[in-house]
Design a protein around this ligand. Structure first.
Ligand code: COI
Length: 354
């Protein structure tokens, strides 16, 4: 049991829980009754508050509107039984958010405020954690610049929020990817490894163009040679080529995903050959054409393990042998979701009950 003493808890008198159709959840369009808010002013973080989820009134000069100084995270809470809700590797989210803040030149809350804040918020809104398998409570921490002055300098005022949302699957079917001919997501020395809001905004136009051509998402290639596979933007990417699990190496341009790391650790534990390395897109196309591209899937908190059914690059399209989750993808999905719900053993100490 955690102590609530450090948090000012203001509960709503009007829960919206009975308005939610838990049998038909979308993704990120319904929000739980409460949110965590912590203000940073005068060089220090103030007392964390848990208050009713609702609008925040802000002036048009708000720093984040103009300069985009904002980072976020994605995590999930899992229903186990009527007494237990699990968090999965939440310390990895804290560590990544701390690194994102450093890169975008923002202060960050103490580990305790992040950890206990999320736990307290979920305790307060425990009724919002979906029971049905496959559905979870998505946790969205974010930190944004709150100065009200037109000046392209780091803000001196910030707010850290955590909001939560009961969700279903992010991708309901396997996805079709295309590389982007003239766009890039991130370059070395840039902000690609940070969960920085601008990385997502920058992907919207290329993604829209890809969707207009019948694809679901862009498969990003490196900025320099435009040859090496990076990530999908909403998830990291894995291929099973001739029995080997292959994924792009982290070199500062790819988001270091928590699910990505979990996939690699599990595959190694199962003695499956794993290669984190540069992957030329031509190698993927050739593997597909030679029939040895056994599986391709994305891995991410929102996406979990999402199968890829087509990859298009420079006039060629390949289809993995498995267009839905294959043997490897399914085993990873079952193991990760099983550990998250404490349905199977957790040899890595990844889950922590609230
Ligand atoms: C997540 O996987 O949690 C993300 O933040 C990705 C986002 C596109 C939903």
């Amino acid at each position: 049991m955690i102590t609530d003493t450090a948090f000012d808890i203001q509960k709503t008198s009007q829960s919206r829980l009975d308005q939610v159709d838990f049998d038909n959840l979308g993704f990120g369009n319904v929000f739980s009754d409460h949110m965590l808010e912590v203000e940073y002013t005068g060089g220090e973080w103030k007392q964390p508050t848990i208050k009713p989820y609702g609008n925040i009134e802000v002036p048009p000069a708000l720093h984040v509107f103009h300069y985009g100084q904002s980072v976020f995270e994605g995590a999930k809470a899992y229903h186990v039984d009527n007494e237990t809700v699990n968090l999965f590797r939440i310390e990895k989210n804290y560590e990544r958010m701390a690194r994102s803040c450093e890169r975008i030149c923002m202060p960050f809350v103490d580990r305790d405020v992040f950890m206990e804040g999320i736990k307290t918020l979920i305790n307060v809104d425990s009724g919002w954690v979906p029971r049905k398998e496959g559905n979870v409570l998505y946790i969205r921490p974010f930190l944004s610049a709150f100065d009200t002055v037109i000046a392209a300098n780091p803000s001196e005022t910030y707010r850290f929020y955590v909001i939560t949302s009961p969700v279903g699957a992010y991708y309901s079917k396997s996805v079709k990817l295309t590389t982007a001919e003239k766009y890039i997501r991130a370059a070395k020395g840039g902000v690609g490894a940070a969960k920085f809001a601008g990385n997502y905004a920058g992907s919207f136009l290329p993604a829209r163009k890809a969707q207009e051509q019948g694809f679901d998402q862009v498969l990003w290639l490196d900025a320099f040679e435009h040859q090496y596979v990076e990530e999908v933007g909403t998830m990291n990417i894995f291929f099973v080529i001739d029995g080997v699990l292959v994924t792009p190496k982290l070199q500062g341009t790819i988001l270091p995903g928590v699910t990505r790391d979990s996939v690699i650790q599990l595959a190694k534990k199962w003695d499956m050959p794993v290669e984190e390395r540069r992957i030329n897109i031509e190698e993927v196309i050739e593997a597909g054409q030679a029939g040895v591209l056994e599986e391709a899937f994305g891995a991410g908190t929102a996406a979990v393990i999402s199968p890829i059914r087509e990859i298009h690059h420079d006039g060629s399209s390949v289809t993995p042998q498995e267009t839905e989750r294959g043997e490897v993808g399914q085993k990873l999905y079952d193991t990760i979701t099983g550990i998250q719900r404490s349905a199977i053993e957790d040899p890595f100490d990844w889950v922590h009950p609230i």
